[in-house]
Design a protein around this ligand. Structure first.
Ligand SMILES: *Cc1c(COP(=O)(O)O)cnc(C)c1O
Length: 223
């Protein structure tokens, strides 16, 4: 996509976010370092990558000053060690084993890794995430790990078949976070809600998102 389009997309989204509680994460999977750095030069302060290998291949060349790097895709336990010193927030924690590995690796480098728990709201087998029902028990189990700080929740809702079809899922994630906050669990913070992508971020903002994750809406279609 040409750069003027990237710039105007970013400016449009910033204008939509104005006055809301949400910030923009530019989702950079499949994009070149040149495109990503251009987005950063246009004011993007958060980027999100899905794959460990892809993040590593771009990492050195990114304009990192003032940049926050998010890992938003599924993370395999055996890859945690490669990114633990590189990412600010991991959005996709959905197993005790993964939380344990992140905690262990973070402790080793003297870091407390900020994480989100991914919730599978549609109960879709093809997707990662903890079911809403299992969430309290899961949080209870991982809350004692010293190397992680749970900062909130993330979701990837089912593909919407109607416009505004995901609004109900976003409200549900918001309600889950409110319910958990009310329990005042030790070491569990619920200040972040990562929800909303190119096709539905306006609904996510209305439901109280604090991070929208937008790829195609900035950089155009992926090949
Ligand atoms: C790819 C991806 C996005 C962005 O999707 P777009 O439709 O390009 O906005 C957001 N979140 C996750 C987890 C993704 O994998």
């Amino acid at each position: 996509m040409d750069k003027t389009a990237i710039k105007s997309n970013i400016e449009r989204i910033f204008a939509q976010l104005n006055g809301s509680s949400a910030e923009l994460i530019a989702v950079t999977k499949t994009r070149t370092v040149d495109e990503i750095n251009y987005a950063i030069d246009c004011g993007v302060r958060h980027i999100g990558e899905n794959r460990v290998q892809e993040l590593l291949s771009k990492y050195d060349a990114l304009h990192k000053e003032g940049l926050t790097i998010h890992l938003i895709g599924r993370l395999q336990t055996n890859k945690v060690k490669y990114i633990i010193d590189k990412v600010d927030l991991i959005h996709s924690v959905d197993s005790v084993r993964l939380a344990e590995e992140i905690s262990k690796r973070a402790e080793r480098i003297g870091k407390v890794q900020r994480i989100l728990v991914e919730v599978n709201l549609g109960e879709e087998e093809s997707k990662g995430g903890i079911s809403a029902e299992d969430l309290p028990g899961f949080l209870d189990e991982i809350s004692s790990y010293p190397g992680i700080a749970v900062c909130g929740l993330m979701c990837i809702p089912p593909i919407a078949t109607e416009s505004n079809g995901n609004f109900k899922y976003f409200l549900k994630l918001k309600q889950l976070s409110v319910d958990i906050k009310a329990k005042k669990l030790d070491n569990i913070d619920m200040s972040i809600l990562s929800m909303g992508m190119s096709g539905d971020y306006e609904d996510a903002i209305r439901a109280g998102s604090t991070f929208i994750r937008v790829g195609r809406g900035i950089f155009g279609p992926r090949n």
